[in-house]
Design a protein around this ligand. Structure first.
Ligand code: AMP
Ligand code: FE
Ligand code: FE
Ligand code: ZN
Length: 290
């Protein structure tokens, strides 16, 4: 059984429509795929309808934008950005739904600022165009990157990130994210399970230490993404060991974004037994079986 538990659609910063994800998964020989758009469940319904037709099992989820301050609450410490995969939670849970709304509003504000900064420096980008292209998606830097590609400023989304949009880059603007521990608890209360996404993706910026992952485990975290393209072999080894020590599940996923990234669906996979345990611990919504 081939299981890929992390994929984005055009409901956030992927390029496949939610209704196309299950068919793509099927074509890639995948049996179970998770839809995990950033801070939104907007693609759930369309993906679920398509999954039933494509004969693929769909795990409904989201990737929540979180932050954590290390160093025992030192007020001067900079928060570290972390992504939290949340699976099978109740989408109607009011507290979690409210946090998703806040996170999406933060995304809007932050993209607006980034586009303003770019335009002020003479880059031919317009907020109205970027938003129109996003089409109501949970907006993010890849949408700005695509606008830069469309304007001929850069050749690829990757080049836009490398030159202008990466964390600490000339046009990077931070956004206010949800506290990691609060997020873990909220998802649990909504019947979901959580997996820390690409915790050691070092090229994206600062990453969390083992003590923080242990604290998240104590708060109710269920797993960590071990096999991810942004993880070195050594870091995968570290994470596997840490997961075993802390009683966390270790997953593997592609973090597919369609044309916005080069990683194909099924590039990394999750063990069937790990998948079964994840599902067994969730109660918010069911997996959509064909
Ligand atoms: P945001 O959610 O707006 O902070 O943007 C983060 C998203 O940008 C990630 O989820 C990835 O989809 C994408 N991303 C981050 N770094 C890169 C990169 N170096 N090249 C291409 N896409 C990236
Ligand atoms: Fe993304
Ligand atoms: Fe992520
Ligand atoms: Zn992702």
């Amino acid at each position: 059984m081939r299981i890929d538990l992390h994929a984005h659609t055009s409901a956030s910063d992927g390029t496949d429509a939610p209704e196309d994800l299950p068919g793509r998964a099927r074509a890639a020989g995948i049996d179970v795929v998770a839809i995990t758009d950033h801070d939104t469940t907007r693609g759930w319904e369309r993906a679920a309808t398509a999954a039933a037709r494509a004969g693929v099992t769909l795990v409904r989820g989201a990737e929540l934008s979180c932050a954590v301050v290390e160093g025992g609450g030192d007020a001067t410490a900079e928060p570290i950005t972390v992504h939290l995969l949340a699976y099978l939670f109740d989408p109607a849970d009011p507290d979690l739904a409210e946090q998703r709304r806040i996170l999406r509003r933060e995304r809007e504000i932050r993209v607006e600022r980034m586009v303003e900064l770019l335009a002020a420096d003479g880059f031919p980008v317009e907020l109205a165009r970027v938003r129109q292209q996003a089409g109501g998606a949970s907006i993010g830097r890849p949408h700005v990157a695509r606008a830069l590609v469309a304007a001929g400023v850069v050749a690829t989304v990757d080049e836009a990130f490398d030159r202008y949009l990466h964390q600490g880059g000339p046009y990077y603007v931070p956004k206010a994210d949800l506290d990691l521990f609060t997020a873990v608890r909220l998802v649990r209360r909504a019947g979901g399970v959580t997996v820390l996404a690409h915790p050691l993706a070092r090229r994206r910026g600062r990453v969390v230490d083992a003590a923080t992952i242990a604290a998240a485990a104590a708060a109710g975290l269920t797993g960590v993404e071990v096999d991810h393209t942004d993880h070195s072999p050594a870091d995968r080894g570290l994470l596997r060991e840490l997961a075993a020590d802390l009683g966390l599940l270790g997953t593997g996923s592609s973090d597919y974004h369609g044309h916005n990234k080069t990683v194909p669906l099924g590039a990394e996979l999750t063990e069937p037994e790990v998948y079964r345990q994840l599902v067994a611990r969730a109660s918010g919504v069911e997996v959509v079986a064909p």
